[in-house]
Design a protein around this ligand. Structure first.
Ligand SMILES: Cc1ncc(C[n+]2csc(CCOP(=O)(O)OP(=O)(O)O)c2C)c(N)n1
Ligand SMILES: [Mg+2]
Length: 292
């Protein structure tokens, strides 16, 4: 990729658009493959979430974000804030695809001295804007950053990836109110609705639906898409890129384990165990899916 990824502004032709979608799907495949490689290092982990959110991250990192892979602190970069520290595996997989992290470094995932800890740490990893751990703080930080950028006259955008579990946090909704109050149209929240939390299905832990209505009531421009459909994601992000006057949120319904039927059809688990002999099956299934 080029050193600066720039979102398109003019409407692309049908052929260009098909090429763009195909390119992003290839990137999503490699992000999933990277996540499986890292998962195998530990034998278990947040693999289901990483596979589920791979299409979203492929669009964000290879099509929407403006950044310089060799200069993670470039002042004009778009900021991508990962609220959910345990999704670090997914972020590293995407950052390797984007050229921010060397591919060969992924094998150090979660080991001592690695720059890639299992929970995201801003001080460890180039390009990781915030540390994770306590859920529900990403949107507040995004709001502050976006206000700061506006004061500086910096046109950079701020993206924040949240999980559906983070909608249980009061701090998320305080930030949502504040962000809308200030009309921060440089903020795009992305909510990964995988219908799962640590204690079980989201609907059973704490009912969050209707999610879109709630964001709209808080003054946000809200869209909801199938988060495993690259074409729908691209259309939604393009629409959001044009929106002015209020912050936007893209609610993405994703499937835990997406792209690997073996893991997609298994009972949903926040922390997934994959047996030694299953990793190769998972890779083969992933490859078969790309060929379809
Ligand atoms: C403030 C806070 N409360 C509780 C936790 C413990 N915790 C870690 S992950 C998690 C699940 C949150 O839901 P989600 O991110 O949607 O889970 P997933 O989809 O990854 O299974 C919880 C409750 C935490 N990290 N921070
Ligand atoms: Mg979840």
């Amino acid at each position: 990729m080029t050193s600066l990824s720039t979102p398109r502004t003019a409407a692309p032709s049908a052929g260009d658009q098909a090429e763009r979608i195909a390119r992003i799907r290839q990137a999503a495949y490699r992000i999933r493959r990277n996540a499986l490689d890292m998962g195998e290092v530990q034998g278990q982990g947040y693999i289901g979430q990483a596979l589920g959110v791979a299409d979203v991250l492929a669009v964000v990192y290879t099509d929407q974000l403006r950044f310089r892979p060799e200069d993670p602190h470039w002042p004009d970069r778009d900021r991508f804030l990962l609220s959910i520290g345990h999704y670090a595996i997914a972020a590293y997989a995407a950052m390797a695809e984007a050229g921010i992290i060397p591919l060969e470094e992924l094998e150090t995932y979660g080991s001592d001295e690695s720059r890639l800890p299992m929970s995201a740490m801003a001080s460890y990893t180039p390009g990781m804007e915030i540390s994770g751990g306590s859920l529900g703080h990403g949107l507040g930080v995004a709001t502050g950053m976006a206000l700061g950028l506006r004061h500086l006259g910096n046109p950079a955008r701020v993206f924040n990836l949240l999980s559906d579990g983070e909608l249980d946090e009061g701090s998320t909704w305080e930030a949502a109110m504040s962000c809308a109050h200030h009309g921060l149209d440089n903020v795009t929240a992305i909510v990964d609705v995988n219908a799962l939390q640590a204690d079980g299905p989201t609907a059973g832990v704490l009912r969050t639906e209707p999610v879109t209505d709630k964001w709209q009531a808080f003054g946000w421009h809200a869209l909801r898409v199938d988060g495993n459909d690259v074409a729908s994601l691209v259309a939604a992000f393009d629409e959001i890129g044009e929106h002015r006057g209020s912050p936007s949120v893209l609610i993405c319904d994703t499937r835990v384990g997406s792209g690997v039927p073996l893991l997609e059809t298994r009972e949903k688990a926040h922390f997934m165990r994959v047996e030694e002999h299953e990793w190769q099956i998972a890779r083969t299934q992933l490859e078969e899916g790309l060929a379809r």
